[in-house]
Design a protein around this ligand. Sequence first.
Ligand SMILES: [Zn+2]
Length: 187
Amino acid sequence: MTVQPVRLFGDPVLRARADEVTTFDRELRQLVADLTDTMRASGGVGMAAPQIGVGLRVFVYDTGELAGHLVNPVFEVLGDQEQTGPEGCLSIPGLRYEVTRALRVRARGVDMDGAAVEFEAEGLPARCVQHETDHLDGVLYLDWLDPAARKEAMRAVRESGWFTTGQTVMSAADVSSARSEATGRGR
Ligand SMILES: [Zn+2]
């Protein structure tokens, strides 16, 4: 089991666009295994590579109904129905907010061996595909909240124990640099 530290809100890796995977090698298989172990250990239903500090377009998911991984994922929205429900993120621990997403999507990508993967998802798995693909573009679910809810969320983030160092509440920029010093590179 290779559970990796989960990068938290404020870490710049969560705001960067991840790169396409071009090499399907042992390292990629290890990444998928690490993501799966870390997602399961954290009790999440999905996890994207940037959340463990790797800037590659890979995510894993396990919603109970659907489990697997997707490399270089894209999705298209099917139909015009939406779903509104509580959403959380392992990189923004302890918080949940209502987010409106497409109800149904068709996801496409490849697996760790480069073979084509395509599936349709509805409900929670569809929400998961949208949330995890967002991570690969540096987008977090808080970005989808309306301004009032986002303001409340940012206050909750600033007041979170994990977002403070000692007794000093730091700005997002300060936390990013402090955290990357604290966690180091290449872990
Ligand atoms: Zn997330």
